[in-house]
Design a protein around this ligand. Structure first.
Ligand SMILES: Nc1ncnc2c1ncn2[C@@H]1O[C@H](COP(=O)(O)OP(=O)(O)OP(=O)(O)O)[C@@H](O)[C@H]1O
Length: 227
């Protein structure tokens, strides 16, 4: 059996500890995502989805608990090693695309690849391939402001996949789009995830989209339960 791509054990996270506005967001939250699995995380606003995704993606650390990516426990690792794992193994998609406005669609997909050591030629070829897969070859030289919301989000998916991560983390990836565009963009995301065989954890308020994933988890008082 191969290791889970993502394993979270008994995560606890409290903000503003000791202050009057202290809030414990995660209480012994745990989950396992296996290779090729697409898991939906459904929970109301403010229940801790983004906090959990940030911890899973090594952007934040829990107060207690364990995070393992592809079987490697990241808890005691140096910042440098954690950054390397994040860069190589994790792709993020957010509700708002966060593309760099001064760069073209292709450049936005090329930039993260330089950090991973790819040459300009390799990065450009990969960007062109990804843009073709989401039907945006003819928009490669456009800046984000020259693209529609759905197109921007498709570019953001390509950027997340630029370094061929084993884990995709998405926070309301279509939450900013109208329902028809959201459906189309979501299909594209699922197609890419299935094709590459990566694992994905996708937070969404949209129950119809969640129902199309392999499994649904709900956040219940800071823990994750099968939905
Ligand atoms: N850095 C922080 N400092 C203090 N409180 C925070 C911080 N980040 C989040 N919180 C609080 O923790 C709770 C959970 O926030 P989080 O963003 O994880 O929720 P969410 O489920 O992703 O919400 P949404 O669906 O609205 O994005 C909220 O009450 C929020 O105000």
């Amino acid at each position: 059996m191969s290791d889970p791509v993502l394993q979270l054990d008994a995560l606890v996270k409290t903000y503003n500890e000791g202050a009057p506005n202290e809030i414990t967001v995660l209480r012994e939250a745990g989950l396992v995502v296996n290779p090729g699995e697409v898991v939906a995380m459904v929970a109301p606003s403010g229940s801790g989805k983004s906090t959990l995704l940030h911890i899973a993606g090594l952007l934040d650390a829990p107060d207690r608990g364990r995070v393992a990516i592809n079987g490697e426990d990241v808890t005691g690792l140096s910042d440098r090693r954690r950054t390397a794992i994040r860069r190589e193994e994790v792709g993020f998609v957010y509700q708002f695309h966060h593309l760099l406005p001064e760069f073209t669609a292709a450049e936005n997909i090329e930039l993260p690849q330089y950090a991973a050591g790819r040459t300009r030629t390799e990065a450009a070829a990969r960007a062109a391939d990804l843009l073709e897969r989401v039907g945006l070859s003819d928009r490669a030289d456009h800046r984000p402001a020259e693209l529609s919301g759905g197109e921007q989000q498709r570019v953001a998916f390509c950027r997340a996949l630029a370094n061929a991560p084993s884990l995709l983390l998405a926070d309301e990836p279509t939450g900013n789009l109208d329902p028809a565009t959201s459906d189309r963009v979501f299909d594209m995301l699922m197609g890419l995830v299935r094709e590459t065989g990566m694992a994905a954890l996708i937070a969404t308020h949209n129950l119809e989209l969640a129902a199309r994933m392999d499994r649904i988890l709900r956040m219940d008082e800071g823990a994750l339960v099968a939905g």
